[in-house]
Write a protein of this length. Structure first.
Length: 419
């Protein structure tokens, strides 16, 4: 055990390092997983991919007009093998997959699902939330009246035994899941774990996996896992309608003008389409045509994503290198080393995350609020911080990481000295 006098000396040194960093007057933001400008520039060709004299799809659809609720067929065909969803069960929508999630959940709350005509909203409705997890999932579900139930993650994905225990309650209707490069841990679910989820018993006949494959194409390394065919896994397990699959190009092309996707089993797809037809006539097919022409085929998407990786992989490496050089060999923190996605998760000493975020903000480094990775914004151990290195420049990422290390050291030593 380190003597208090030695801890005090270390604290004094950490305080000086922190003050020196704060005195630089920086304004850095590593809060949200937004693409950087250089990434957005990769898709500049979208802006002139469709011209007034040529607005027809290869099959002759006039994209300026109403209709085509499922989206352009050729674009759905292009993304079908990438998302592992048959074209006939894949819908292409507007720019936000979160909107599709809200619509699907609202349809279930108001009118039930193909597997149960009883509306979810007719009684208590609860949803399982693997943690650390995606704050927008939690906020959306909470806004729709769901009770949020946390379960832990390990290196293979959500701990299924905990999900099974909760799903014994028939009011537990669904479970969130980011299967590849999870937000924020970067964990990719193993096939064996996915099979367990596909087959797990649930008291609710229409228990649903909300399979948000937001980062399934966002590889940082040449060697990467393949996208799991969750539809086939669920069908093999006797639950063909269990998964609702979501994805988008929001971090692939232009974040504010991408294309979202919804995929599901045959009955669920027909149910979603029928409900959607009551509130929509068709998506922005001109934008979908832009994407079709810009990519050309699935290989074009994959080549595009390799260019993304060339830009952002050095930023991830910079964060990891700085954390290792500044905190490696200490007990102050641990961190994930993802092979894709948009985030690194920093796990600090218990009870220090809020203090670290506050110190960082005062020193000019804006972080996602502590607790954002947990339902209701409450991390019971106050120790998880999400790092999003994609939007700032490489130099800014290096500076922000250096400042973060100073904050972790100061908060950790304060905690240890206080006992």
């Amino acid at each position: 055990m380190t003597p208090p006098s030695e801890l005090q000396d270390q604290l004094d040194t950490a305080a000086r390092e922190y003050e020196e960093f704060a005195a630089r007057g920086l304004a850095l933001d590593i809060t949200r997983g937004k693409p950087g400008s250089e990434q957005l520039d990769l898709s500049a060709g979208l802006l002139d991919a469709v011209r007034g004299e040529d607005v027809f799809t290869p099959s002759g659809v006039d994209t300026r007009n109403y209709g085509g609720l499922e989206g352009i067929e050729e674009l759905r065909e292009l993304f079908s093998p990438l998302l592992r969803v048959p074209t006939s069960q894949l819908l292409a929508g507007g720019n936000a997959s979160l909107t599709l999630m809200a619509q699907a959940l609202t349809f279930a709350l108001l009118g039930g699902t193909p597997l149960s005509a009883r509306p979810w909203g007719a009684g208590p409705h609860k949803i399982i939330c693997p943690v650390p997890g995606y704050d927008r999932h939690f906020t959306l579900a909470e806004s729709l009246g769901f009770e949020l139930l946390s379960i832990p993650m390990d290196e293979e994905g959500p701990v299924v035994a905990e999900a099974v225990r909760l799903a014994e309650d028939p009011s537990v209707k669904a479970m969130w899941l980011v299967p590849m490069y999870s937000n924020p841990t970067g964990i990719t679910i193993s096939e064996s774990r996915a099979r367990e989820l596909a087959a797990m018993p649930a008291a609710a006949a229409d228990f649903t996996l909300l399979w948000d494959n937001a980062y399934g194409l966002h590889h940082l390394r040449e060697d990467h896992p393949d996208t799991l065919d969750i539809l086939s896994l669920c069908a093999e397990a006797g639950n063909p309608e269990r998964p609702w699959i979501f994805a988008s190009t929001s971090k692939i092309t232009h974040a504010g003008a991408g294309v979202s996707f919804f995929g599901a089993g045959p009955e669920t797809f027909s149910w979603f389409r029928a409900n959607l037809s009551n509130i929509a006539i068709g998506p922005d097919k001109i934008n979908q045509l832009r994407h079709l022409r810009f990519f050309g085929d699935a290989a074009g998407v994959e080549a595009h994503m390799r260019r993304h990786a060339q830009i952002i992989a050095p930023k991830f490496d910079a964060v990891l290198s700085t954390l290792e050089s500044g905190l490696g060999g200490t007990d102050f923190a641990s961190w994930t080393e993802p092979d894709g996605g948009y985030f690194i998760t920093l796990t600090t000493l218990e009870g220090t995350a809020e203090r670290i975020v506050k110190l960082a903000g005062e020193a000019g480094v804006k972080l996602t609020p502590a607790g954002a990775t947990h339902p209701y914004g409450l991390d019971p151990n106050n120790r998880v911080i999400r790092i999003a290195p994609t939007m700032p420049s490489l130099e800014e990422v290096e500076l922000a990481s250096t400042g973060l290390v100073a904050c972790v050291k100061l908060a950790s030593l304060e905690k240890l000295l206080a006992g």
